[in-house]
Each structure stands twice: as structure tokens, then as C-alpha cells.
Design a protein around this ligand. Structure first.
Ligand code: SF4
Ligand code: SF4
Length: 160
């Protein structure tokens, strides 16, 4: 990965979009809001019976998540609308080559599947620090003393 990365690229560049698959609920919001229809998602539902639950429930299982960078506008709408923080900008440009010397296949190579999107997670920068002058979040105000903190989510690439 590092050999594909420009050292001078600012950490918050809109390079590529990384997918944190564990956060994706297959809600399809990103695919529907993308203005250029370049997000391809396929899924199926499974029936899950939790121990002790009265009824089984349905769960979406991701089969395919791909982004066609040949059409991507880098608008960031998909990253913004994802309700579960599953999509993140990474300062990479790890696109493959341009196909054969004749150019054949170059466009197809710009479609990146979930495995490649997951690889880019390692370069996602951590979120910026909170503004110390900001008002506390409403959730913090209603948290019970000694209650559990919000479960930890994806925190981006570790910095040294
Ligand atoms: S950045 Fe914009 S164009 Fe690219 S995949 Fe996301 S919504 Fe679509
Ligand atoms: S909006 Fe987020 S959670 Fe929904 S399908 Fe897209 S990446 Fe997954």
C-alpha cells in the first residue's frame, strides 16, 4: 500500500473510498443517493434465531459491494449519507494500471470490489479532535453516572 501512496498527499484527501464492512447494514442509502450510480451492492437476507428470542429475525448479508471509479465524481455524498460510518475517505490512489498496452480493460479495472475497499481502511485518518469549546453532546448529558461508554467504533489509522 505504501508504495502506491504519495507521501505528500494530505491525510483528508478524497483519494479512494474505504469500506468498513462490519458497519454496513446493506441499507442501500449510498447506492441510491450516488448521483452517478457507481455503487453496486448485492445482498440476500438470512433468518436468524437468537437464543431466547420469541421470533426469528431477518438479517441482510452483503454479497457484493463495489465502486466504479470510472464514474465516481468524488462528491462524497455516499460517505456523508451512510448512517453507520461504513464509508471513509482514504488518501490513496491505488488504482490499477491502465489495462493492456492497447488500453483494453482499463475501464473494467476501475471497478473495485469489497476486498480492495477494505484494504484501504488502513490509511483512513482518525477523526479530528473535538472542539474543546463545543457544547457537550446531548447523549453525554443523558448518560447515567458510571454507565457504559458508547461502544468503540472504527477510529481510523493509528497515528504515532
Ligand atoms: S463519491 Fe459521489 S459519485 Fe463517487 S461513489 Fe460516492 S456518491 Fe457516488
Ligand atoms: S449507506 Fe452505509 S450502511 Fe448503507 S449500504 Fe451504504 S455503506 Fe452500507
Amino acid at each position: 500500500m505504501s508504495d502506491e501512496r504519495q507521501p505528500e498527499l494530505p491525510p483528508r484527501s478524497r483519494g479512494v473510498i474505504a469500506l468498513l464492512e462490519a458497519n454496513c447494514t446493506v441499507c442501500m442509502l449510498c447506492a441510491r443517493e450516488c448521483p452517478d450510480w457507481c455503487i453496486h451492492i448485492a445482498s440476500h437476507t438470512e433468518t436468524v434465531q437468537q437464543p431466547g428470542a420469541a421470533r426469528p429475525r431477518q438479517r441482510n448479508v452483503l454479497d457484493r459491494f463495489a465502486i466504479d471509479y470510472g464514474h465516481c465524481l468524488y462528491c462524497g455524498i455516499c460517505v456523508e449519507v451512510c448512517p453507520f460510518d461504513a464509508l471513509h475517505w482514504a488518501p490513496d490512489f491505488g488504482y490499477p494500471g491502465t489495462g493492456t498496452p492497447s488500453g483494453d480493460g482499463a475501464v473494467a479495472e476501475l471497478v473495485h470490489e469489497r476486498e480492495r475497499l477494505a484494504d484501504w481502511l488502513v490509511d483512513v485518518p482518525p477523526p479530528p479532535p473535538l472542539d474543546p469549546a463545543a457544547e457537550p453532546a446531548p447523549e453525554a448529558a443523558t448518560r447515567r453516572p458510571g454507565g457504559p461508554a458508547r461502544p468503540g467504533g472504527f477510529r481510523g489509522r493509528e497515528t504515532t
